[in-house]
Ligand binder design. Structure first.
Ligand code: GDP
Ligand code: GDP
Length: 497
């Protein structure tokens, strides 16, 4: 059972077997009333949508997220409609600009909807401009919705397509969210991008797994150096924190042979555990240039992320107190990718001393409340990501940081025996309410195939598949019962006779 699934993934990709946390995210954009919600509903069908709020500009908006099914494709789809309709005043630009950086940062691809009956509307051009500026790495698939009304053999559809082409995002496809017309074409348009993305993710996953599995045996674990990367925007206090971390137990600082000049490594020991600090100068600068989460920048930052086991993302408390949201676009991207790449994440809010003045104690409390909430919103798939509040300048919080880093690392390395997991499974399945008792899939056994991050396979008998709800239930129960909160967990399913 424990046989490792090796080898290189090739096309065609079986999206139904991919852990939903690894699926690409596609956002639906467009001016109001073009049919975004209608398309969203068609794509997720009866599946449940996850509705969550983004606190932004003091207005709470709903964004819907669901797992889309389009032919053999699966992806996470975001409906941006709620973002606009709630902001009733202002031009389309001010409305769409209110669509948070969070939402775009969560997206890998986009579908740009036009109402074909209205032709190319000035607002469409504005949305296009806005999107190009805010997500330059993404080329959206343009779809002319409500096309069923023009499928009458006349040339009007062709004329509309010529017009829509002026958006500059390539040839549009004709669809109807209401009748389902054009879904095959939409599938064809999305398939190559989503497949390439998925192959990249799966192969990186697998290679990572192969190279690390041997080095993560339980008996060796404690002696292995933990690789910690401290990242953040300029001036948040990374260097100050590094010095604080190294202060007492510094073993060595300096360039090592074979490393590039901007990559300086230092290590230190804490209670007998060796910690390597991976210097990551330039991470954020690099992703900043390629703001949109295009495939290219994913590859680049993935390489960096893969060097670290745990990423400490440093935020500036004073900036948070003065801003409406805790994390900037870049910080959200780093946080999301860290989790998507299966690394451990510890969020470090620095410069708390600046909020502790006599007028400010409530400000400190506010920040301490807001940051964990926002992280949960931005990364809904992992609950309980640790947040530490420190003052690197005053040397406060060093131990807290190290404890959280080590704790995260240990959870990330955990290995649960198959016997233990199956005892747990029998208990836990009793708690689960299956949608349909008669056709419920049977999990024959459950095993951990990999650590760093913990990756599990459910062997399911017969034709039935575990639904996303089932998988989420398993994931949550694992986290609760084995104390694995705050780290990414993956569950895959395989069919067995
Ligand atoms: P959103 O604001 O972009 O989310 O747009 P909605 O999904 O709320 O749709 C706006 C209106 O267009 C609604 O009245 C829908 O019923 C209608 N609509 C959506 N898709 C289609 C379609 O494919 N054909 C037609 N004829 N109407 C559509
Ligand atoms: P980096 O660019 O992220 O490496 O940031 P630095 O470590 O160079 O810090 C930038 C500035 O913030 C410097 O002036 C530091 O003295 C200051 N700073 C760093 N940590 C703290 C802190 O905890 N409290 C306060 N008040 N200032 C800090």
């Amino acid at each position: 059972i424990k046989k490792k699934v090796k080898g290189v993934y090739e096309k065609p990709v079986d999206f139904t077997k991919v852990d939903i946390n690894l699926l690409p995210t596609v956002i639906i954009i467009g001016r109001p009333n073009v049919g975004k919600s209608a398309l969203f509903n068609r794509l997720i069908r009866r599946r449940e949508a996850l509705v969550y709020n983004t606190p932004d500009d003091h207005v709470t908006r709903d964004i819907r997220e669901g797992v889309a099914k389009l032919g053999n494709l699966r992806f996470r789809v975001l409906d941006s409609a709620g973002l606009e309709t709630e902001a009733s005043s202002g031009s389309i630009l001010s409305r769409t600009s209110k669509m948070t950086a969070n939402v775009l940062a969560r997206s890998n691809f986009a579908m740009f909807l036009i109402d074909v009956r209205a032709g190319l509307h000035p607002l469409d051009l504005e949305v296009g401009k806005w999107f190009r500026r805010n997500a330059p790495g993404i080329k959206p698939v343009v779809a002319m919705n409500k096309s069923e009304s023009l499928f009458d053999g006349s040339n009007s559809l062709k004329a509309a397509a010529d017009e829509v082409y002026r958006l500059g995002f390539g040839d549009p496809i004709a669809i109807s969210a209401e009748t389902g017309l054009g879904m095959t074409e939409l599938h064809e348009a999305l398939k190559p991008m989503l497949e390439d993305y998925m192959l990249q993710v799966l192969n990186d996953e697998d290679n990572q797994g192969n190279s690390e599995d041997n080095s993560c045996r339980e008996d060796e674990q404690s002696k292995l150096p933990l690789q910690l990367a401290i990242v953040g925007r300029p001036n948040v206090g990374k260097s100050t924190l590094l010095n604080t971390l190294l202060q007492e137990d510094r073993v060595l600082v300096g360039p090592e042979a074979g490393l590039t000049r901007d990559s300086i490594r230092a290590d230190f020991e804490f209670q007998g555990r060796k910690i390597y600090l991976v210097d990551t100068a330039g991470w954020l600068q690099r992703t900043k240039q390629e703001k949109g989460p295009s495939s290219l920048s994913i590859v680049q930052s993935r390489k960096n992320l893969m060097r670290a086991h745990v990423v400490g993302l440093v935020l500036d408390a004073e900036e948070i107190a003065n801003a409406r949201r805790s994390m900037t676009h870049d910080e959200v991207i780093i946080a999301r990718r860290t989790v998507e790449e299966g690394r451990g994440l510890v969020v470090i809010v620095n410069k708390m001393d600046l909020l502790r003045g006599k007028h400010n104690s409530t400000l400190a409390e506010k920040v301490m409340e807001a940051v964990p909430l926002e992280i949960q919103t931005v990364i809904p798939q992992v609950t309980g990501i640790p947040v530490v509040f420190i003052s690197a300048l005053e040397g406060r919080g060093r131990t807290a940081v190290i404890h959280q880093v080590i704790d995260t690392y240990e959870k990330w390395c955990v290995r649960l025996s198959t016997a233990r997991l199956n005892r747990w499974l029998r208990k836990v399945m009793g708690r689960h309410s299956w949608k349909d008792q008669a056709s419920q899939p049977k999990i024959k056994y459950f095993t951990q195939v990999k650590a760093r991050p913990p990756t599990f396979v459910a062997f399911v008998s017969g034709k039935a598949q575990l639904s996303d709800t089932d998988l989420r239930f398993l994931s949550k129960s694992l986290k609760d019962d084995f104390d694995l909160g705050g780290i990414p967990i993956r569950i895959m399913q395989r069919s067995v006779p």
